[in-house]
Design a protein around this ligand. Structure first.
Ligand code: ATP
Ligand code: MG
Length: 583
C-alpha cells in the first residue's frame, strides 16, 4: 500500500519549480522548512497573470507544509492605495488560498535604512549627486563597461551626512541617490552600481511623513524575503538577470546581521517562471488602469477585464481558472497561450457546476393551437444533469410560448431539423409538437414573422404512451409567455481585436511618434465588445443569487450580475457552449 502511494507521487507531473522545492527539502536546506510569499504592488487590481503566481506561491506552500505570506510591495507611495490592498485580499480568498501573515515592504523601511547606513560605513554604498541622465550615460552597454561616478569614492562621513539629508524632506527629488558600490564593468548591468534609494518627498499611506527617501525594488525584495524566512522566492522571468544582485544584497544583509550560518544553504532562493500571457487580452495593472480611467470599461470588475474581479463577475469559477493554470504549467520560456484553451478549461468546469435553465434571447411567439387557453401544466426540470444533488425546479407550460427566432424557418430545407412547415421538434421537458404544412406562421407588414403555429402530439411527454416516438427534429427550449420574466442579458465579445495587443500597441506607438496611453490603444479596441439584449427567462431565475453559475440551455454559460435584482434581472454571458469565436 505504502509502495503504491510512493509510486503515484513519483509519476505525477510536477513543474520544475516544484522539483527544486522537493530537492531542497530532501537535502534538508533551510532546516527542512518551506516558506513562500506573494508580493503584489498595491497599485491596481490583480489580474489573471497574478493568479498564476498565486497558484504556485500558495499552492506549493500548502502542499509542502509551509506558509505563504502576503507581502505588499509598497515602495512607490505615489501609486499605491488601501483600496487595492483590500481588493487584493478579496481576490486571493476568492481563488481559495489562505496567507500566513499580511506583511508590507514598508514594515522593513527602518531595517533597510539601518542596513544602508551600515553599508555606507563599510564602503559598500555612496551618495551620488549626478542627474539620472548622467548616471544612465555612464552605465555603458552589456558589451561596454560603464564609467565610475566622480562621487564613487567620496568619504564615508560625507555619504552618511547626505543620506540623512536625502531623507530630510528638504532635498529636491532627483538631486541625489544612494548607490551600491559594486562593479561598473560587470557584464551584468544590474551590478553597475545600482540605485538603492531615491528621494520622493511623498507621504506613505502606512508610514506617513517618516520617510522621504524610499528604497528601490532590488534593494528591498531580497532582504524582506531573508528577514521573513522565505525559502523559495518565486517570481517571473524578467527577474532572472536580477538574481545575482538579489543574492548579493541578501549576503550583505546576512553579514551585517551577524548571521554566520553557511550562506549557500540557509537563504531564500529566487526561482523564475514564465509569465501568463493570453491572446486577445492585455495585462499589466498600469495598462488596465488606463482602460478604467478612460471609461473604456465600467471599472476594474467589468466582465471584459482580465482582472480576477472581472473574471469573477464574468462568471468564471476559481476552479476553472486554476484548472487552466494547471494545464499550461510553469516553464522557463515565454509563451502566448490561446484564449480558446482558457475558455475550454472554464467550460469543462462550468459544465459541472452550472444550473440548467431556459432563456430565450431572440424571442418569437409560438402558439400551441390544440392546448386550451387557460390551462397550465407544471413540469419538473433537473437543475443539473451532471449532478443530481443539485435538485430540480418547476417550470410552467401554457398555450403561448417564446422560442428562439432561429428555431423556425418558413422555407426550411430538408436538413433543417427544427421548426418549419410540417416539421416536428420536441419541446424540452414537454411535448413533441408539429407545425402545419399550410399557414404555419403570421407576418407583419414588413414580412417579419410575428407568430408561429403548431399542434402538440398527445402523450409524448416523458413517461407517457408516445414518449418514445421517433422524430427527425431536435429538442428546442422555450418559456411560457404568461410565466416568464423579462431580463437584461449582457453579451461580451473580446475587448481587443488583435491577438497580441501588447505588441501591436508598442508597434503603433513607434510608428506614430511615440503616442502613449489610450491614443496607442484605441485602434485595437473592439467597439462592439458589449451587446445588451432583452431576453425572456423562466421565473425560477428570480431565486438565483449574484454570481450563481447558469447554463442557458443551447445558448451558453451565463451568471447573475451583482447588480441583478428580482425586479431587474441581469445576466452576463460567461462563454458560449462551444468555441465559436470568429477568426
Ligand atoms: P503588473 O505589470 O501587471 O503590475 P507586476 O509584475 O508589476 O504586474 P506585481 O503586483 O508587482 O505585478 O506582481 C506580483 C507578483 O505577480 C510578482 O511575483 C509577479 O512576478 C507576478 N506576476 C505579474 N504578472 C504576472 C503574469 N502575467 N504571469 C505570472 N505572474 C505574474
Ligand atoms: Mg509592478
Amino acid at each position: 500500500m505504502v509502495e503504491e502511494i510512493k509510486e503515484e507521487v513519483r509519476t505525477e507531473p510536477i513543474s520544475f519549480v516544484e522539483e527544486i522545492v522537493r530537492n531542497d527539502l530532501s537535502e534538508g536546506k533551510n532546516g527542512g522548512r518551506m516558506q513562500t510569499r506573494f508580493p503584489p504592488e498595491p497599485n491596481g487590481y490583480l489580474h489573471i497573470g497574478h493568479a498564476k503566481a498565486i497558484a504556485i506561491d500558495f499552492g506549493l506552500a500548502q502542499k509542502y507544509g509551509g506558509v505563504c505570506n502576503l507581502r505588499m510591495d509598497d515602495t512607490n507611495p505615489q501609486k499605491e492605495d488601501t483600496e487595492y490592498v483590500e481588493a487584493i485580499k478579496r481576490d486571493i480568498e476568492w481563488l481559495g488560498f489562505k496567507w500566513g501573515d499580511v506583511l508590507y515592504a514598508s514594515d522593513y523601511f527602518q531595517q533597510l535604512w539601518d542596513l544602508a547606513v551600515e553599508l555606507i560605513k563599510q564602503g559598500k554604498a555612496y551618495v551620488d549627486e549626478q542627474t539620472s541622465e548622467q548616471i544612465a550615460e555612464q552605465k555603458g552597454t552589456p558589451t561596454q563597461p560603464g564609467v565610475n561616478s566622480p562621487y564613487r569614492d567620496r568619504p564615508v562621513e560625507e555619504s552618511l551626512r547626505l543620506f540623512e539629508e536625502m531623507n530630510s524632506g528638504q532635498m529636491e527629488p532627483g538631486k541625489m541617490v544612494l548607490r551600491a558600490k559594486i562593479d561598473m564593468a560587470n557584464p551584468n548591468m544590474h551590478f553597475r552600481d545600482p540605485i538603492m534609494y531615491r528621494v520622493l518627498n511623498l507621504p506613505h499611506w502606512r508610514t506617513g511623513h517618516k520617510w522621504n527617501a524610499y528604497p528601490m525594488y532590488d534593494y528591498t525584495h531580497g532582504q524582506c524575503d531573508y528577514w521573513e524566512g522565505v525559502t523559495h522566492s518565486i517570481c517571473t522571468l524578467e527577474f532572472v538577470s536580477h538574481r545575482p544582485l538579489y543574492d548579493l544584497f541578501v549576503d550583505w544583509a546576512k553579514q551585517v546581521g551577524g548571521d554566520d550560518q553557511p550562506l549557500d544553504d540557509n537563504r531564500p532562493r529566487q526561482i523564475e517562471f514564465n509569465k501568463l500571457n493570453l491572446t486577445h487580452i492585455l495585462l499589466s495593472k498600469r495598462n488596465l488602469l488606463i482602460l478604467v480611467k478612460e471609461g473604456v470599461v465600467n471599472g476594474w470588475d467589468d466582465p471584459r477585464m482580465p482582472t480576477i474581479c472581472g473574471f469573477r463577475r464574468r462568471g468564471y469559477s476559481p476552479e476553472g481558472i486554476l484548472s487552466f493554470i494547471d494545464k499550461i504549467g510553469y516553464t522557463k520560456f515565454d509563451a502566448l497561450n490561446q484564449m480558446s484553451l482558457f475558455e475550454s478549461a472554464v467550460r469543462d468546469d462550468l459544465n459541472k457546476r452550472a444550473q440548467r435553465v431556459s432563456a430565450v434571447v431572440d424571442p418569437v411567439k409560438l402558439i400551441i393551437t390544440n392546448f386550451p387557453e387557460d390551462k397550465v401544466e407544471v413540469y419538473t426540470a433537473q437543475n443539473n444533469p451532471e449532478n443530481e444533488a443539485d435538485g430540480t425546479h418547476e417550470i410552467e407550460f401554457s398555450r403561448e410560448l417564446w422560442i428562439e427566432r432561429e428555431d423556425f424557418m418558413e422555407d426550411a430545407p430538408a436538413k433543417f431539423f427544427r421548426l418549419g412547415p410540417g416539421k416536428e421538434v420536441r419541446l424540452k421537458n414537454s411535448y413533441i409538437i408539429r407545425c402545419p404544412q399550410e399557414n404555419c406562421c403570421k407576418k407583419d407588414a414588413d414580412g417579419n414573422i410575428t407568430e408561429i403555429y403548431a399542434e402538440l402530439i398527445p402523450e409524448t411527454k416523458t413517461g407517457e404512451a408516445n414518449a418514445n416516438m421517433k422524430i427527425k427534429g431536435k429538442t428546442i427550449h422555450w418559456v411560457s409567455c404568461r410565466h416568464c420574466i423579462e431580463a437584461e442579458v449582457r453579451n461580451y465579445d473580446r475587448l481587443w481585436m488583435v491577438e497580441n495587443p501588447r505588441d501591436e500597441i508598442a508597434k503603433y506607438s513607434d510608428e506614430h511618434g511615440g503616442v502613449k496611453g489610450i491614443e496607442a490603444m484605441r485602434p485595437f479596441l473592439n467597439p462592439d465588445s458589449l451587446e445588451v439584449k432583452k431576453a425572456y427567462v423562466e421565473k425560477w431565475l428570480t431565486t438565483r443569487k449574484p454570481l450563481d453559475y447558469l447554463q442557458f440551455q443551447r445558448i451558453g454559460y451565463y451568471n447573475v450580475d451583482p447588480d441583478s435584482t428580482p425586479e431587474h434581472l441581469i445576466f452576463n454571458r460567461t462563454v458560449g457552449l462551444r468555441d465559436n469565436w470568429k477568426k
